[in-house]
Design a protein around this ligand. Structure first.
Ligand code: FUB
Length: 476
C-alpha cells in the first residue's frame, strides 16, 4: 500500500460462509465482479478450470482504511465468464488471527491446496503469513499449521509480512516470496509446505520493489512481477503503484529488472497475478473501476498478457471488455489446436497484438480489429508466426485469416507452412498451397506431421508489411 496502514482489530472471528451456494455470474467484462468488491487476485489453473482467489473489500463508501475479513473464490472455464463460489476462508480460519484478510495465493501439492494468506495475528507485531489447506481447489480449508508460517519474530523477515507468492519448481522445491514496505524476502519451503526450509534471504535485483510479488516460470526463465511506486517510469504519483518485473535463471535470483508490465491502475494499490490458461497468458489484477469503487473498494480485472519473441513481457492493455472467451479445445480429429498453443513471432509492432492469432476471433473482414490484430510493420520481407505445444501434436490442416489495414499492412505475396522436424524447420509435406486471399480463411491441407512446433512463414508484398487476424491449426 503506498500509504500508511492502520491495523483494524475486529476481535471475534467471522463465521465462514460454507454453504454450497454457487452464484452464477453473467459478468464477462472488467471488473469481473461488480456486486461486491474484490482485491489481491491470485489465479490458479486446475484441469480445465481457472480459479481466482481474492480478498473482499468491505470498507464503507468514503472509508479510508481496509476492512477485509474473508477470502473468496471465483472460477471460469473460458477466462471471460465467472462463477462466484463465495468465501472459502476468513479470519476465523486462523484461531490465532484477528483482522486484515489481505493478499493470498493458493499452491497445489500432492493433491492438496495450500492457501497462503496475509493476516493480522493477535500476537506481537502486525501482519503474519498463515497457511490453510484443503483437498480441493474449493476447500473446505482449515488452518494447516495452527500458527503463523512467518511473523515479525521470524529472523530477517520483512518490515511488513504480507503478500505471499509460492512457486514450485520442476524439481519439486517450493519457494516462498513475500513482503511489503520495500522489504522483499524469500525462503525455501519444506515438502510439507508449512515450514520454512533454511534461512530467510533478501533477494537482489528487484528494482524499486514495494510489495505484491508474483512468481512464475516460462520457457525455463523465472519471472517475478511486483508492485513498485516510484515516479521513475512507474506512476505519476507515489501514492499509486505499477507492476514492474524481473527475470532470473535460478529461483532465488539474482534478479534482473526488465521494466513495467502493468501501468498505474485506478486504485492506489496494484496487486496482480500471472497465469497461462488454454494456451493464453493472462494478467489478473485489481482496480477501483466498479461502481462506487475506490482505494478500499477495489475490483478484480482480467486482461491478456503477451510476451515478445525474446521472452520480455509486453505491457498489459487495461480494458473494460476483458479478454475474449477462451474455452480451449476438445480433442479428436478436426479440433483446432491453436488456442492451446504458445505463440511467438519474429516481430510484432508495439501497437499490434500477437494474441490475435489464436484468440478464437472470427473476423468480419481483413480490416476487422475487433478481436485484436497481429502486424509486423515496418518489417518487410519474410517474417513468421509460430505455435508451440508442450508435447507432440498430429496436424494436417491450417486456416489463415490475413490482416490488411489498407495502410502499411497488406496481404502477403506468398506464405509457407513449416514444422519443426526435431532439427530444423522444413515445409510441411504435400501442402495444397498457401492462400493469400483477403476477407476469408485460407485453408492449407498437407500430409499429417507430428510435431511440437508449427510455423507460418510469411513473405510480404513490395513496400508492405504483413499481418494475421487468426491462424488455426487442426488435429489430424
Ligand atoms: O489488500 C491489502 C493489501 O493491499 C495487499 O496485501 C497489498 O498487496 C495491497 O494490495
Amino acid at each position: 500500500m503506498p500509504f500508511r496502514h492502520r491495523a483494524v482489530k475486529l476481535g471475534a472471528a467471522i463465521a465462514l460462509a460454507t454453504s454450497a451456494l454457487v452464484t452464477p455470474s453473467a459478468d464477462a467484462s472488467n471488473p469481473i465482479v461488480t456486486s461486491y468488491y474484490t482485491a489481491d487476485p491470485a489465479p490458479l489453473v486446475v484441469g480445465n478450470t481457472l480459479y481466482i482467489y481474492a480478498g473482499r473489500d468491505e470498507a464503507a463508501p468514503g472509508g479510508n482504511n481496509f476492512l477485509m475479513r474473508e477470502w473468496r473464490v471465483l472460477s471460469s472455464t473460458d477466462a471471460a465468464s465467472w462463477t462466484d463460489h463465495g468465501a472459502k476462508a476468513n479470519i476465523g480460519t486462523f484461531k490465532w488471527a484477528g483482522a486484515d484478510a489481505w493478499a493470498s495465493e493458493v499452491e497445489p501439492r500432492n493433491g492438496r491446496y495450500y492457501w497462503y494468506t496475509s493476516v493480522n495475528g493477535n500476537g506481537a507485531g502486525w501482519m503474519d503469513i498463515g497457511v490453510a489447506v484443503g483437498d480441493s481447489p474449493l476447500g473446505p480449508f482449515t488452518d494447516a499449521k495452527g500458527g503463523p508460517l512467518v511473523s515479525d519474530s521470524t529472523p530477517n523477515s520483512s518490515g511488513l509480512n504480507i503478500d505471499p507468492t509460492v512457486f514450485t519448481d520442476d524439481d519439486g522445491q517450493a519457494y516462498l516470496y513475500w513482503g511489503g514496505y520495500w522489504g522483499v524476502r524469500a525462503a525455501k519451503l519444506k515438502p510439507n509446505m508449512i515450514e520454512l526450509d533454511g534461512p530467510v534471504v533478501t533477494p537482489t535485483g528487484l528494482t524499486d520493489y514495494w510489495e505484491a510479488p508474483w512468481m512464475f516460470k516460462r520457457n525455463g526463465l523465472y519471472y517475478m512481477i511486483y508492485a513498485a511506486n516510484d515516479t521513475n517510469g512507474c506512476v505519476t504519483s507515489s501514492s499509486y503503484a505499477c507492476q514492474r518485473y524481473a527475470t532470473a535463471t535460478s529461483p532465488l535470483g539474482p534478479w534482473r529488472h526488465r521494466g513495467v508490465v502493468l501501468g498505474q491502475v485506478s486504485s492506489t494499490t496494484n496487486h496482480a497475478g500471472v497465469v497461462q490458461f488454454n494456451g493464453q497468458w493472462y494478467m489478473v489484477y485489481h482496480n477501483a473501476n466498479a461502481p462506487g469503487g475506490g482505494n478500499f473498494r477495489r475490483s478484480v480485472a482480467v486482461d491478456l498478457l503477451n510476451f515478445n519473441a525474446d521472452g520480455t513481457m509486453q505491457r498489459v492493455t487495461q480494458t473494460t471488455t476483458g479478454p475474449p472467451p477462451n474455452p480451449g479445445t476438445g480433442t479428436g480429429p478436426g479440433t483446432n489446436l491453436a488456442p492451446s498453443a504458445t505463440r511467438s513471432t519474429s516481430f510484432v509492432s508495439a501497437w499490434e497484438n500477437l494474441a490475435a492469432i489464436n484468440n478464437g476471433g472470427v473476423p468480419a473482414n481483413s480490416a476487422d480489429r475487433g478481436n485484436l490484430a497481429y502486424g509486423n510493420w515496418p518489417e518487410r520481407g519474410t517474417q513468421w508466426v509460430e505455435y508451440t505445444w508442450p508435447s507432440s501434436r498430429s496436424i494436417n490442416k491450417v486456416a489463415t485469416y490475413w490482416f490488411d489495414d489498407g495502410q502499411g499492412i497488406d496481404l502477403p505475396a506468398s506464405c509457407q507452412v513449416q514444422y519443426w522436424n526435431g532439427t530444423s524447420y522444413v515445409p510441411v509435406p504435400g501442402q495444397s498451397g498457401c492462400g493469400v486471399a483477403g476477407n476469408t480463411f485460407n485453408t492449407t491441407t498437407f500430409t499429417a506431421v507430428t510435431t511440437t512446433r508449427l510455423r507460418l512463414s510469411i513473405t510480404s508484398a513490395p513496400d508492405h508489411s504483413t499481418g494475421v487476424l487468426e491462424w488455426q491449426a487442426f488435429q489430424a
